[in-house]
Design a protein around this ligand. Sequence first.
Ligand SMILES: [Mn+2]
Length: 448
Amino acid sequence: MNGSQGRGAETPAAARQGECALYEAAGHGSGGHDIVPRGASRTRGERSHAQGARHAAPPVPVAPEAPPPVEATVAPPAPPAADTEPVRPAASAPRPAGSGGSAAPGPSVPPGPEWERAVGLISAADEICLVCHVAPDGDALGSMLALAQALRALGKNAYASFGEPFTVPGILRFLPGQDLLVEPGRLPAAPELMISLDAAGAARLGSLAERAGRAERDGALIVVDHHASNTGFGVVRLVDPDAAATAVLVDELVRRLGVPLDRDIAQGLYAGLASDTGSFKYPCTTPQVHDLAGRLLAAGVRAEAVSRELWDRAPFGYLQVLAGALARARLERDAAGGRGLVWTTIARTDRDARDVPYDQLEGVIDQLRRTDEAEVAVVCKEDDVGDWYVSTRSKGGVDVGRACVALGGGGHSTAAAFTASGEPADIIDGLRAALRAAEPTGEAEPPQ
Ligand SMILES: [Mn+2]
């Protein structure tokens, strides 16, 4: 997977249904990141963001405690976030209000036998490698580190990793269990068991996809995921599109493994749950989600502290870049079939002037999409190599996913993205045309 066109798409089911899915987990706004078109991955320029980590967090030491062969030292500051984008639906198809119960996510996952098989494989293995999708968001990394710590509590040699760029996003550096992270190249070559978390397909594992494929051939790959687009990889598949987050599934797995939720494990799960529900705002926020959140708080998680790390902090330079982006925003009432389009741009020079790395711009779209007069919101962000990553959101009346797919990207009907080169004005011209071709989803929000 690679390619400058589009990024891996996360497509949690929830999102598809208008739920939560994945809006960015780690983003700044409650909204979420962008969507990531499937299969793509930002492979250029991410490293360069490294120095601007969101908080001046110190590099994350990634040295395994266990026996992994390594002494990895990762840590670069800034996260690559590009890809991480969102997948959470900003507002996907709204679920009927009050429909709380039914489609609630929950440990309803796959039938019992899959859980039993998973527990059996884990119990029999001493060395277990956990992997999550590239450019990990709060659900991917939080779920992985939570499970890694639970496995460590069971006495397993657990290693956790993700494909390059191996950089923990700044907003996720508060997550406990990072001492279990190992650079992808230093993972045991042939672990007894691999567990993939929050990845819809092996391609989303980036450089670790091949290793996962080998584990699958060896009958040693468990997949824990909640994307409706999951490709069906893995030998044992704990895949539930109705789960609000992979963290929901990990909670169930940890319970079945008999590991009590301690504060550190709960912290990772809470980060995942909060991320993929857009801080408990998306339609996937069911009673079951709050039940789990309640248990996590009871285990010692401080909600305000996690929320602050995930959403409520940013360097002053970010506010200045945001201000510029909002000042440049254009409202085109006639676009998007007369429903309105609002768009803006953030060039590399705009953020360089404020020393703001590319990966810190994910929350901008969440401000722009608040515009009452526009059904569609678009932010064109220039990355460090000069390509433009175009994030789009709709309120349900226009299928931006279709438009973005037509332009080489991907995503959901209400949140999608694509990558392009050239001038922003030309890119928007192309998007306008694609939006005209995209038919209404029939899920328009009620007029305000
Ligand atoms: Mn997720």
